[in-house]
Design a protein around this ligand. Structure first.
Ligand code: SF4
Length: 192
């Protein structure tokens, strides 16, 4: 897959997609602004696999509606769990250091995808959530983008009712919407 060839190369942007509902507004707004958008879905933080499949199916629906090319990382939840276990982060509360490590894994994989696909700009849908620390996410994104020779687009999608708009758009498109962030600890704990 490539980002396409029609728009000027400096408008090619890779959007890290945490889930389809959260990506609705970022994808449509970026496309309306003239960005040539490709999506990247990591997914190995999501458990169990049935839940991952539901979220992936929702992403395919969104991609079909928006003509969005999407790269999907191979589903490897053991790798994600091993990484968090090695760092002794599995018992961390949601929103703590495990989430920082999770954002890093996801955004690093997205940056590698952007380099492969020749997209000079990197962004994420994560900042549409009212539950997430957008300052931390944008700082991590900035640092990872820089290390990969990319430019980070520090958007805060939840501004201007972004989250409410994403709920509305998800309903219109009939997208599956989860009730927890993704990992097994988050399923046991706080609802997203
Ligand atoms: S709660 Fe969400 S962001 Fe935090 S570690 Fe789990 S999947 Fe990742």
């Amino acid at each position: 897959m490539s980002c396409g060839v029609i728009v000027m190369p400096d408008k090619r942007l890779l959007l890290h997609i945490c889930c389809a509902p959260d990506a609705t507004i970022p994808v449509e707004d970026l496309q309306a602004e003239g960005w040539q958008v490709a999506g990247f879905f990591y997914g190995s933080n999501i458990q169990p696999e049935e839940e991952y499949r539901l979220r992936l199916d929702a992403l395919h629906i969104l991609a079909g509606h928006t003509s969005l090319p999407v790269e999907e990382a191979p589903y490897a939840p053991e790798g994600w769990l091993d990484h968090m276990a090695r760092l002794e982060l599995l018992e961390e509360p949601e929103g703590g250091r495990r989430c920082t490590a999770c954002f890093e894994l996801q955004l690093r994989a997205a940056a590698e995808s952007a380099v492969r696909l020749g997209c000079p700009y990197l962004c994420t849908s994560l900042t549409i959530s009212p539950h997430k620390d957008v300052g931390r996410i944008n700082a991590i994104g900035e640092s990872i983008a820089k290390a990969h020779g990319l430019t980070w687009r520090p958007r805060i999608w939840r501004k201007r009712d972004g989250f409410l708009r994403s709920l509305r758009r998800s309903r219109e498109l009939g997208l599956y919407r989860q009730n927890y962030c993704g990992c097994a600890p988050s399923q046991r704990g706080t609802a997203e």
